[in-house]
Design a protein around this ligand. Sequence first.
Ligand code: XIL
Length: 561
Amino acid sequence: MSVRTRRLGAATLTLTALAGFTVSLLAAQPAAAADPLRTLAAAKGKFIGTAVATNQLANETAYRTIAGQEFNQVTAENAMKWDATEPNDNQYNFTGADQVVAFAQANNQIVHGHTLVWHQQTPGWVQGLSASAMKTAMLDHIATVVGHYANNPAVQSWDVVNEVFDENGGFRTSFWYNTLGSGFIADAFRAARAADPDAKLCINDYNVEGINAKSTAMYNLVSSLKSQGVPIDCVGFQSHLATQYGFPGQVTENVARFAALGVQVRFTELDVRIVLPADAGEINTQNQYYTNIINACLASTACPGVTIWGFTDKYSWVPDTFPSEGQALIYDANYNPKADYTAIATALGAGTGGGDTTAPSTPTNLAASGTTSSGTTLSWTASTDNTAVTGYDILRAPGASGGTFAVVGTSTSTSYTDSGLSASSVYRYQVRARDAAGNLSAVSTTVSVTTLYGGGGTGGCTAVATTQTQWPGGYVIQPVTVTNTGSAQISSWTVTFTLPAGQTITGSWNAVLTVSGQTVTAKNANYNGTLGPNASTSFGFQVARSTSDTTLASGYACAAP
Ligand code: XIL
């Protein structure tokens, strides 16, 4: 207790010292571009953050000034990791962590705590413990570190566990997992909630930005933790991107599925590295990736903000970790803002002067086509805008009524193909337009889509003919019952049969008959071709024959594609 009080006292002193210092630095700064990123982000209800390093905060004016001016959220790049906060068992050291928090408070920033339980930057003494001692150490660590900031309003969230998955979505076989099993995850979250009931508690990982095996494993874990009542509030997508690997697929859809679980989605460690030397095309790609992530956050109310993993190429983990790669951040090594900075500012609405409050017109003529058992293609008529329409949000609700419309994707054209739908299911869609300032149109009218039967398997059918009546000179075959005996829906059928020589078809109904020699081909009418498994329909026909002929059509066979 007394230790903790002294530590807090030290933190307060640091805060005061830094606060006074920072004000004078700000005054000495040349006039910045119109709106710093933090102002633009705040206008959108989001934070824009940076990871900060204690050495640079303490020693470099330019670093400190930009970190304070441009961002309204900070994450300690290393100062809150276990090796920094508890280098020896039960010997806590909050010097660096408190420095970051004091800086944040002096600059009216919020702090994301990173990270409590990770397999890296954790001292050897933890890694060698027995299961019961390791669990005790973990619970103590969480209680003490989270507890240290529980009453500090700046510290609002924590990465409780970091990188618990391997590349394919299995649990990483770290010393945590190997010693404690996957139960350490739920235990860690419960301990963090007990230590600070108000903090948002996150799970954080890399390569989970798009939809893939690893993000699906993350999704399943969060879903399972939620259903067990484990206190988890947010998922962190680290977002260490690289131009040579392409932008992750289906980020918007991925954000939406986590949001539907009731957790926040944060982009926690954004950087976009380039294999050096960087050419213009790569830089352009990099600008686009930064823009895409900002847009993905802007598009979801579940995303409170984006944190960039540092801001200047002078100090980035990238060259140390990925040899021959770099230039991943938004300021160059001389603290000049790069095109990435402008891309982010633009995505956050800069240049619209805050003055563009005119929403695009509502998209019209929304229609669906090409519906399969798992997808559909939407198209609509373009919206107009006083500046320009920059894209469309596609919203979907499950079922024919009720449910909630949620954004499932975005499009920069006037069409969108949705996939991953369930077979034989009803979905409703709406579309809205957005402009560069983030103004949204009203939603379009709703289009309803029913996906096809998707049982797979093969089609197959039988035809069973009944003679309704016969007389000297003719007969009526009615019904010919056509049954889908396959396991998939069929959309057409063809019945063939043999007509004895000298007989002629004089009429038919509910099928289209053609005669070639003695072979009659009966194809479904345009209204009775679709049959689900086990479903039946029928047709009939009439035949003329000589009065001495008593034979009937025979050899009925049915085929379905
Ligand atoms: C990195 C820091 O940037 C480096 O300074 C340090 O040497 C290693 O860790 N995922 C994370 C971050 O969750 O904590 C890592 O930060 C980058 C990858």
